[in-house]
Design a protein around this ligand. Sequence first.
Ligand code: SF4
Ligand code: SF4
Ligand code: SF4
Length: 306
Amino acid sequence: MAVKLAEEWFAICGGCEVTILDVGEPLLDLLQNIEIVHMPVLMDHKIYGQKGEKKEIDIPEADIGIITGGIRNEEHKEIAKKMREKCKTIIAMGSCACFGGIPALANMYNIEEIYNKVYKETKTTDPGDPPNQDIPPLTDRVYAIDEVIDVDIYLPGCPTSPDVVADALTALLEGKPFELPERSVCDDCPTKREKKAEISLRRPLQPIIPAGQKLEETRCFMEQGFLCLGPVTRSGCGGHEKVPRCIKAHMPCRGCFGPVRKGMNPMVEMMSALSSIGLDAKEIPDRRATFNRYTGAHGKLRPLPR
Ligand code: SF4
Ligand code: SF4
Ligand code: SF4
């Protein structure tokens, strides 16, 4: 009997849904054993009934419930609770769902500041009042899914890796648990380390690696002065190939897979990683946002006292 799957998306860009398609050929095998019963990106299944006739959110029962995106409004909260009620296993897919992601950078500002910026102060906008009819009110901040409901499986990344999606779904279909190992991006990075920076911090405005040079022959990007969040970021983005995605593309890691372990504070750990090789974190102009670019929920980013 096919395993039933429901999917919902909240404060997102849609990239995580594209990652499901990026699974490619193995997806065809998986789909033989999966029946998709609810997925707004694929099917027109309206949550209040096809004609809006239902008073309560209607999501079908499912074995697996995938949620992408963080929680930004009251309707997201209600749908998340309904998904938890109807789905046996909940997967938070993508950094937005796992830690708030890029939308949670807004947690550095209160709602009034955000409304003023968007509806009144932007140069290209005719000032007006924020809309308040027929749309759900915003929550006070962006929440990760597990701040509202229990989550069983986390597939972080912006977006997560197609191999990670395929492995997690395969494990579930086989009745096995799934968890990414607690390894850092540095653990899977092939660059050479000497544990000392050769220069102070700088921006990667030119190619980090000369043309034709292999990663194995290249000095660690951070030791070359390019800020890389590899030491504090969970590995997994490289999928079965293991080499981290950005490193393979000759760019430093920006931290999208989130902390190596639950509860770890990327900002504190990163300050210590920088100072251990002789770099000064104070040279980074916006440390709070830079170190929590994808992890602003869970109280990591808050408005500063004015
Ligand atoms: S995690 Fe990244 S790719 Fe996925 S929905 Fe959020 S912003 Fe988009
Ligand atoms: S800091 Fe970045 S470049 Fe250096 S080893 Fe770690 S992941 Fe690789
Ligand atoms: S290298 Fe870092 S930023 Fe790039 S995909 Fe992997 S975890 Fe995300």
